[in-house]
Design a protein around this ligand. Structure first.
Ligand SMILES: [Fe+2]
Length: 389
């Protein structure tokens, strides 16, 4: 996969740089300035394009993490700049044709307009990503009943180079204000690196303050392993993706009870939490995990079985083998528009609450962000689920 992504990235960056040059040549900078700044522009294009590459391929160091951090921001800006450049170029071409303007004056503002709009979207997305919302669902499980359980579902914290500890601290305050019976964390606590996280003790101190009557249970996601990523894709095969001791120690410091293909019954309730390993990266260099049948076979059929699984998949098999509800993350609800319009095509439940195979399923948008530290058209989210069973 990675060998397809790198040429695609180089091609994309080169294509957008060339389109920018072609458009600027139509008068955006004025002839003199355009000529004088040619070398400077070339250096800027190359430097920006190299940032994500250095963030991936440099050995662990301050320089690498700086490139990762700024590279992620650049990718967010680049995404919107590219879209707007194409859109504005098309509009300028139509205007020039309609007005029969041979000088194509409309093109003069295309690059500036795309850059300014993309910068505004980037800044908005960065600010918006830090503002975590609370979303609530009321769900009846197993045809309802007289018992209640309040679950706070968290996922996709994606602690990494672009994380802010203040955001995690505020998130913890908001979760505690929800007064949950149990807090469930559906994976991707990290973004494939522990070393890139500045001051991990501050994050674990904040997360260890999460309060719920029955405690905090968590599963690991496909990014809770140490591995290099390029544009969000793993550079090495699954056989090289391992959860490190630092990650395990971090979970312990957070007081998260990790469930790796395990189930636990909540004291004095008829509720079993079943935590499943991630099907893409189990954390031990494999994709091995229990089948839905083996995972659920020892669970008391009379009790409410809530499956916590990072990726929203395998619903049919889980329902067939006795799961009463499945809670997940992973999709981020697309994170960046138009991603939220795309994810439903790849997931049975891409976001929200949906009954599938006779079983309620909930997918949270997650509290963090992957890659660009931005959210556009989606919210960072704490999900509260009031269950009647
Ligand atoms: Fe994620």
């Amino acid at each position: 996969m990675i060998f397809g992504i790198i040429p695609a990235y180089i091609l994309g960056q080169t294509g957008v740089s060339l389109l920018t040059e072609r458009t600027l040549a139509k008068g955006g900078l004025g002839k003199e300035l355009f000529r004088k700044t040619r070398v400077l522009r070339l250096i800027v294009y190359i430097a920006l394009a190299l940032l994500p590459c250095m963030g991936t391929f440099l050995p662990d160091s301050k320089a690498k993490f700086f490139c990762m951090k700024t590279g992620n921001l650049w990718l967010g800006f680049f995404l919107y700049y590219t879209g707007l450049l194409l859109l504005f170029s098309a509009v300028a071409a139509i205007i020039s044709k309609v007005r029969k303007d041979t000088e194509k004056k409309a093109f003069k503002v295309v690059v500036h307009g795309a850059a300014v709009f993309a910068a505004v979207i980037t800044v908005y997305g960065m600010i918006h990503a830090q503002n975590t919302k609370v979303v609530t669902y009321d769900i009846e499980a197993r045809q309802g009943g007289g018992s209640q359980l309040k679950v706070v579902l968290l996922a996709d914290l994606h602690l990494s180079v672009n994380s802010l500890p203040e955001t995690t601290e505020k998130m913890v305050e908001k979760v505690n204000a929800c007064d949950a019976d149990v807090i469930l964390v559906a994976g991707d606590i990290f973004t494939s690196t522990y070393g890139g996280l500045e001051d991990p003790d501050r994050y674990s101190a904040a997360l260890s303050k999460l309060e719920a009557k029955y405690g905090v249970y968590a599963v690991a996601g496909n990014h809770d392993v140490e591995e290099a990523l390029f544009g969000g894709f793993a550079v090495a095969p699954v056989s090289k993706a391992f959860r490190t001791k630092e990650m395990d120690d971090f979970f312990e410091a957070c007081d998260f009870k990790m469930l790796y293909d395990e189930s636990i019954e909540l004291d004095d309730t008829d509720v079993i939490i079943v935590g499943r390993k991630d099907g893409e990266k189990a954390g031990d260099g494999t994709k091995k995990r229990l089948s839905a049948k083996k995972l659920l076979k020892d669970c008391d059929p009379d009790k409410l079985k809530i499956v916590l699984e990072h990726e929203p998949k395998d619903y049919e098999k889980l329902a067939k083998n006795g799961a009463d509800m499945v809670l997940s993350g992973h999709t981020h609800n697309g994170q960046l528009f138009p991603g939220n319009l795309v994810v439903p095509f790849f997931n049975e439940n891409a976001y929200g609450c949906k009954t599938l195979f006779g079983m309620p399923t909930v997918v949270t948008a997650g509290t963090g962000y992957y890659g660009p530290p931005m959210r556009v058209g989606t919210d960072s989210e704490i999900t509260v689920i009031n269950i009647t069973y």
